[in-house]
Write a protein that binds this ligand. Sequence first.
Ligand code: PMP
Length: 407
Amino acid sequence: RNILDITSVRNDFPILNEVVNGKQLVYFDNAATTQKPKQVLDALAAYYEHSNANIHRGIHHLAEKATASFEDTRRRVQKFINAPLAEQVIFTYGTTDSINLVAQTYGRRFLKEGDEIIISTMEHHSNIVPWQMICEEKGCILKVIPINEDGEILMDEYEKLLTERTKIVSVVHVSNALGTINPVKEIIQKAHAAGAVTFVDGAQSSSHLTIDVQDMDCDFYSMSLHKIYGPTGMGVLYGKKEILDAMPPYRGGGEMIKEVTFAKTTYNELPYKFEAGTPNIADVVAARFALDYVDALGKENIAAHEDDLLKYASEALLDIEGLRIIGNAKDKVSVISFVIDGIHHQDIGVLLDQQGIAVRTGHHCTQPLMQRFGITGTTRASFAVYNTIEEVDRFIAGLQKVKRMLS
Ligand code: PMP
């Protein structure tokens, strides 16, 4: 079933040849950020060598070339998430920035005292704190959908939280800490029936699942391109046009204006209304090559390979005495969080690093989720398309060694 040639995929990622503490790197921290293929690195260099200029305002050759490449990526993202129009794709600094944008513009304009915002127990801090900030400012109430022991949203509890006071429902599509895939379509339907708008945090879903914002019917969707083989420092906010049009601008400055006088400023059209100042042009331009790369391999093929790794690793981990996987959702992506009795996650991380194996340890920016499970953190291995069964074997052997050293 595995039709990808992983050896050839690995050859596209120069960093995988790094030697860490005398061992070839095993990179299992993909949920934090993925590595970048040559195609993206080459595009970055080519941009600076042949096209670098500021966009939109220039009439000279390079400015036009840079602008065209920048706008190419917008159309590429539009296609990638099946947005109706390119202008519904707004470039941001990442998911954190996208959520803050909506909280600070939609929230400021449309929320009133006593209104309610619903999130879930498994949210990343970036889908908690911006809502808390606007709740504090506006006198709104934040409500939290509980989850079960496997790390799945309790849908009947969610329904009980929905009232005519619910104005926003914002949930993570795929949990970065547990790997859970949430039933966002159903969550959105129920939110809409209650008259609320919906935000889907797609930071983790866009790399593993096929995204169709029209089918999902979300009002907002966000991506972090650095988690999908693209450069750091750029992301996307998608929104429904009539809602984006009704929202006031976010940051003020150049580019987002139509006309400025000292008496009054009028604002630019979508998407520029939300893109003040010089954006991260080079990384936006190069991000197109990341999406091309993913589509060339095929999302289903990537998902099938990652799923093989997930199944293999989940089973192999069960052989380690005292190990417990946190997050056993029926629907999950290739993220495995676990704890081992009597061993601190940080010690596991340090001792794996000594063997050249990169994992993430700690709360994964989901402290309330850790509190739900009564733990302070986990060790997390998260797989991407270039990872292999041999690497999982090294990881399992590495964990066995950690256990021997510490018990
Ligand atoms: N939400 C989720 C589920 C995430 O995994 C992350 C990144 N760890 C974020 C939001 C924040 O994304 P960024 O740091 O790219 O802004």
